[in-house]
Design a protein around this ligand. Structure first.
Ligand code: PEP
Length: 251
């Protein structure tokens, strides 16, 4: 049985005290969320140690938003996977569309990062998704296939089992424009089919595929009800504890 996951990507938002309060609120409101749903908060790097401390003993897991392509050395400004492991983070988002767009991350770099994250016993949340013009020109399947194959198909089956995928159509991120539940299901099923072809059905059935893109309490239930949607990667709505938890309760 694959895991149901709702993860909140805080992006570059919240000062430390605000982040502290937000994490506390998420913990206190989490009681009503079905126990089989994994809840993850993903604050900025500066908040990680505190977030791990605050969430200790609760059901909330902590993730980072990125990591370096190397494990240590002269890479000023970077944070490595072993460093994230050393502060007991559980998850790392890799390949978010904002990283691809503003920091030039490509599929090959992401393959290296995924390996480093796995080597350090952390779980990568690998993001993929097409831009608006790619969907409008009916290239969305091709784009996602290339992202998935170039970043994930070099992994062993054992490694693949430890990866979480987030399908995030770029045109739906932070725009208020959500993919329809049917559009999400269609792409999730396509991704699962790709995984089945490469790794076999037993593996592909175990991999959680999250949807991301303007997910809200009002639209989450319809999206999460789809067979191949195993949860959500939530941006804007994760900054309001009530909305984040409202989305998680949609399961
Ligand atoms: C995201 O950035 O991963 C995301 C899904 O953002 P939003 O929910 O704000 O569209």
């Amino acid at each position: 049985m694959r895991k149901k996951i709702v993860a909140g990507n805080w992006k570059m938002n919240t000062m430390l005290p605000e982040g502290f309060n937000l994490a506390k609120e998420v913990i206190s409101k989490s009681a009503g969320v079905p126990t089989d749903v994994e809840l993850i908060v993903i604050p900025p790097f500066t908040h990680l140690s505190e977030a791990v401390k605050i969430t200790k003993g609760s059901r909330i897991k902590v993730g980072a938003q990125n990591c370096a392509m190397w494990d240590k050395g002269a890479y000023t400004g970077e944070v490595s996977a072993p460093m994230l492991g050393s502060v007991s983070v559980n998850y790392v988002i890799l390949g978010h569309s904002e990283r691809r767009e503003y920091f030039g991350e490509d599929n090959q770099m992401l393959f290296k990062k995924i390996n480093l994250v796995l080597e350090n016993s952390l779980t990568p949340i690998f993001c993929c998704g097409e831009k608006l013009d790619e969907r409008e020109s009916s290239n969305h399947f091709k784009v996602v296939e290339q992202q998935v194959s170039e970043s994930l198909f070099g992994l062993t089956a054992e490694q693949m089992l430890k990866v979480v995928i987030a399908y995030e159509p770029v045109w739906a991120i932070g725009t208020g424009k959500t993919a329809t539940a049917e559009q999400a299901q269609e792409m999730h099923a396509f991704i699962r089919q790709l995984l089945t072809k490469k790794f076999g059905v037993n593996i592909s059935n175990e991999i959680s595929i999250l949807y991301g893109g303007s997910c809200k309490p009002s639209n989450a239930a319809e999206i999460f009800a789809k067979a191949d949607v195993d949860g959500g990667l939530i941006g804007g709505a994760s900054l309001v504890a009530e909305d984040f938890i409202g989305i998680a309760k949609a399961f």
